[in-house]
Design a protein around this ligand. Structure first.
Ligand SMILES: Nc1ncnc2c1ncn2[C@@H]1O[C@H](COP(=O)(O)OP(=O)(O)OP(=O)(O)O)[C@@H](O)[C@H]1O
Ligand SMILES: [Mg+2]
Length: 367
């Protein structure tokens, strides 16, 4: 039997808890031709949300994973390849040649078609590729949705990239653009700064954790429907620890389910406690490595946040944690945010990994 808990990849609707409100928001925006900007900390379910919204619509989607892209040429190739794959023509080579005016792409036809440009033609190829989604929409007579996942990576490319993208996209009447990102600072710089070409380019959607009651229901059903017993206390214990973080919740449930499946077909609070210990034990080396690379101030802030401190800049806090100035706390917070060890959620800082938080607390709770 397949484990009903899935983590570490985009999940389809059978593994996707609730988020009805956000799904409707994204779907309505796409249908009304509005661009969408989605950000949240890592592994909150951004990609899955967009994926599921698109699945529920009658649109053509082009998914561009920007992670690891290091040049305009690569970005152009990804866009061109995806568009061509959706073109649905018999004589694909001729179609591709006809699509480009000033560049001569190489076409690789292995399992699936791939478009490649030469480095000399990079700029032209980039400009022409940006036009392709609109051409595809016209050809298929359907709305096209282009998703740029991990979009913040694109902002690190050459200076002309964002202005060119913006200038082109705003002319596209039959294409809706969805920008997904996990680095809040970068995404805000791109979409909220008045100096940025993408300023106010779409509707902002912030993704939060999954509401507790809905997640409880999701977990209960998944266990029950696969023949594993679990009581409310055990589910509560899971969510207390993971704080309803989608990824970590699915991760621990995946382990609990497996152990129950090969064992006595039930999950108790004790099983949850034991599994938490196992995870912390297995991850300990990784946590030590992260910890060792932090400055003393960063460690202090991390301990404080793990203990639930919220007012990081008060005189009382500074004294309690041995900071001379609030600016020292600020620098530490910035460093932790950059490393994504902490996130800002609803104006509060939180430790990203709930199991790392537990590991920290174990070491720093007197009594
Ligand atoms: N609505 C949901 N219900 C249940 N689990 C979810 C949901 N959304 C996400 N998850 C869990 O979180 C994991 C990460 O989801 P996803 O890859 O969509 O997040 P992301 O925010 O795009 O992550 P990243 O920052 O790594 O790109 C999934 O593999 C799944 O385990
Ligand atoms: Mg993602």
């Amino acid at each position: 039997m397949k484990n009903p808990f899935v983590y570490g990849k985009i999940v389809g609707k059978e593994n996707f808890a609730n988020r009805r409100k956000e799904l409707e928001l994204v779907k309505n925006a796409i249908l009304s031709g509005q661009n969408v900007i989605i950000y949240s900390p890592r592994r909150y379910g951004k990609s899955s949300l967009v994926y599921n919204a698109i699945q529920e619509l009658d649109v053509v989607s082009i998914w561009i994973d920007c992670y690891g892209i290091i040049s305009k040429k690569e970005l152009a190739e990804k866009i061109a390849t995806e568009v061509v794959r959706n073109w649905k023509a018999k004589k694909i080579v001729e179609v591709i040649k006809g699509l480009f005016r000033n560049v001569r792409p190489k076409i690789r036809l292995s399992e699936d078609v791939e478009v490649e440009f030469s480095l000399e033609e990079e700029d032209k190829a980039f400009e022409e590729s940006l036009e392709l989604p609109q051409k595809l929409a016209k050809r298929l007579k359907k709305r096209v949705v282009v998703v740029f996942d991990e979009f913040q990576e694109v902002a690190e490319l050459e200076e002309d990239v964002l202005p060119k993208m913006r200038a082109t996209f705003q002319r596209h009447t039959d294409v809706c653009y969805v920008f997904v990102g996990s680095k809040r600072g970068m995404m805000e710089k791109i979409f909220r700064s008045t100096l940025s070409p993408f300023y106010n380019f779409g509707m902002h959607v912030t993704l939060n954790k999954i509401p507790r009651e809905e997640f409880k229901e999701f977990i209960r059903k998944k266990f029950e429907n696969s023949g594993i017993k679990i009581n409310d206390d055990a589910i509560d214990k899971i969510l207390d620890v993971t704080e309803c973080h989608p990824y970590y919740t699915q991760m621990i449930c995946h382990r609990l389910w497996f152990n129950a499946f090969v064992g006595n077909k039930s999950v108790s609070v004790d099983d949850v406690v034991r599994t938490i210990e196992e995870i912390i034990h297995e991850e300990a080396d990784a946590y030590v490595t992260i910890w060792d690379e932090l400055t003393l101030s960063q460690r202090k802030v991390l301990v404080a946040l793990s203990k639930g401190e919220t007012d990081l800049y008060s005189a009382e806090f500074l004294q309690k944690y041995g900071f001379k100035r609030a600016s020292n706390v600020q620098v530490a917070v910035k460093g932790l945010l950059r490393k994504e060890i902490i996130n800002k959620v609803k104006d509060k800082y939180v430790v990203s990994d709930p199991f790392f938080k537990l590991w920290i607390l174990r070491r720093h709770t007197s009594s």
